[in-house]
Design a binder for this molecule. Structure first.
Ligand code: KIV
Ligand code: ZN
Length: 514
């Protein structure tokens, strides 16, 4: 019998730790639902003690998801574990993931603890977590640089205390595949009660080896892999879920295990995460990059036309790349629109949200004859703010840009219910538009990132703009899409400002304006 390989997605926790990849609670819920639809086994939704926002997000995901296990991270401290237990209360299936560092450098320099104290604290944390749920995961942080004897001692103790999964993180991405695989093999062999827990791995990509290390671990007995969509994560990221899953599926001649994932949902999840975080996927990225299944050379094209297997080891459809992607047009009705979005895994909570998205679809369909799945996803991603929280609304934008002249923008906005207008010069039309918006709102934010990507190919494609703003240490990403990239930029800026306001209002409900 083939073993099951558990897929533990940490896009919402480790992925969000990428500088600038912060997500709102509602965005996290949307991603979590897409992961659930893909049949991810465990969704790590956040680190509840880290902030009230993180707590709320884990709580909201726990409420929204029913078929995947929802997990919350906690240091090996009572207060962290209690907070995680509280956040996970609504979950149908809840896991607490607790961790403490075990490498000599982390114990000495960071924790300032003796190894005996670390073992004691790890055991205490697992026992406390078991008071909330039977599903407890323990990670010896920086296991990749820990001493094997000590790891064996800690793992035996936490399994005895009730850990049902033990996760071996290569926290700093230091290991090589043959070495990491051997570590897993030795741990499973030497820990006396290793048969009482699932061995998991969590690899970082500092040397570009996160997927290789994870797969080597699976070949040596690991039966859970922790990963993220598009390989998002701290520093160089985590192991990319789509690469791990498709490697195991494509090389069933090698792997003694299988995942339960519906791989046709991979592209939807990939686009959703890149749209929400503003982290574009490089074109040559395995599985989900725009060129992953494109054949440029004549010899390759000829071979693929004669027999797909000559140059393709996977079918594009199996990961959600559709052959016929033109889906809707200007004559499509509300039902067709709703149905296609449901097929893409996008559902609206209220009729009002559906109507709002449908009106935006009609405006787009008037400008662009062929509407692709990617256009529909962008249409939903750029909103992300319910109308009652729309403090700022773009009414109109006019820009003048001419060779030899300074670009000039005039913008009309609804600011908290009142219409206001301003104009400004700038070094380019986008700069002029942003300055005109700022003239009206003086948000006090700092622009950290501005990026434009075309959603589909061709000059009639929509541009998808991400604007990253920072205020008082908090970072938000705003999205906007339009066939006119200056308008897309203004929409993204306004979207980001609304998110900042929404956060401020959540933190200080009495707050009136910026
Ligand atoms: O990289 C790491 O060590 C982690 C742990 C919390 C598992 O993210
Ligand atoms: Zn990590």
């Amino acid at each position: 019998m083939t073993d099951k390989l558990t897929i533990f997605d940490t896009t919402l926790r480790d992925g969000e730790q990428s500088p600038g990849a912060s997500m709102t609670r509602d965005e996290k819920v949307r991603i979590a639902k897409a992961l659930e639809r893909m049949r991810v086994d465990v969704i790590e939704a956040g680190f509840p003690i880290a902030s009230p926002g993180d707590f709320e997000a884990v709580h909201a995901v726990a409420k929204a998801v029913s078929s995947s296990t929802v997990c919350g991270l906690a240091r090996a401290l009572d207060k962290d574990i209690d907070r995680a237990g509280e956040a996970l209360k609504p979950a149908q299936s809840a896991r607490i993931h607790t961790f403490i560092a075990t490498s000599p450098i982390h114990m000495k320099m960071k924790l300032r603890m003796e190894p005996d104290q670390v073992v004691e604290q790890a055991v205490r944390a697992v026992r406390r977590a078991r008071q909330f749920t039977d599903d407890v995961e323990f990670s010896p942080e920086d296991a990749g640089r820990s001493e094997t004897d000590f790891l064996c001692r800690v793992l035996e103790a936490v399994i005895d205390a009730g850990a049902t999964t033990v996760n071996i993180p290569d926290t700093v991405g230091y290991n090589l595949p043959h070495q990491f695989g051997e570590l897993i093999r030795v741990l499973i062999e030497r820990v006396p009660n290793s048969d009482k827990a699932v061995f998991s791995v969590h690899c970082h990509n500092d040397l570009g080896l996160a997927v290789g290390n994870s797969l080597s671990a699976v070949l040596n007995g690991a039966r859970q892999v922790e990963c993220t969509i598009n390989g998002l994560g701290e520093r160089a990221g985590n192991a990319a879920l789509e690469e791990v899953v498709m490697s195991v599926q494509t090389r069933q001649d090698i792997f003694p295990c299988k995942t339960d994932l519906d791989t046709s949902q991979i592209m939807t999840c990939s686009r959703l995460v890149s749209g929400i975080t503003g982290f574009a996927v490089q074109p040559n990225k395995a599985i989900v990059g725009a060129n992953a299944f494109a054949h440029e050379s004549g010899i390759h094209q000829d071979g693929v036309l004669k027999s797909r297997e000559t140059y393709e080891i996977m079918r594009a459809q199996d990961v959600g790349w559709m052959d016929n992607r033109i889906v809707l047009g200007k004559h499509s009705g509300r039902n067709a629109f709703r149905t296609r979005l449901q097929e893409l895994g996008i559902e609206f909570e209220t009729e009002e949200e559906l109507n709002d998205a449908f009106s935006r679809f009609k405006v787009l369909a008037d400008k662009k004859h062929e509407i692709f799945d990617e256009d529909l996803q962008a249409l939903v991603t750029e909103s992300g703010i319910d109308s009652e929280n729309e403090w700022l609304k773009l009414v109109s934008l006019k820009v003048c840009s001419e060779t030899g002249e300074t670009p000039h923008a005039t913008v009309s906005l609804w600011v908290d219910g009142d219409e206001a207008q301003a104009d400004c010069l700038g070094s380019g039309p986008v700069d002029a538009a942003f300055k005109a918006i700022e003239k009206l709102i003086s948000s006090g934010t700092e622009l950290q990132l501005y990026s434009v990507n075309n959603i589909t190919s061709g000059t009639d494609s929509q541009g998808e703009v991400t604007v990253r703003l920072e205020k008082g240490g908090r970072i938000v990403n705003g999205q906007g899409a339009d066939t006119d990239i200056v308008i897309a930029s203004a929409k993204a800026y306004v979207n980001a400002i609304n998110k900042i306001i929404q956060r401020d209002r959540r933190a200080h409900p009495q707050l009136g304006d910026v």
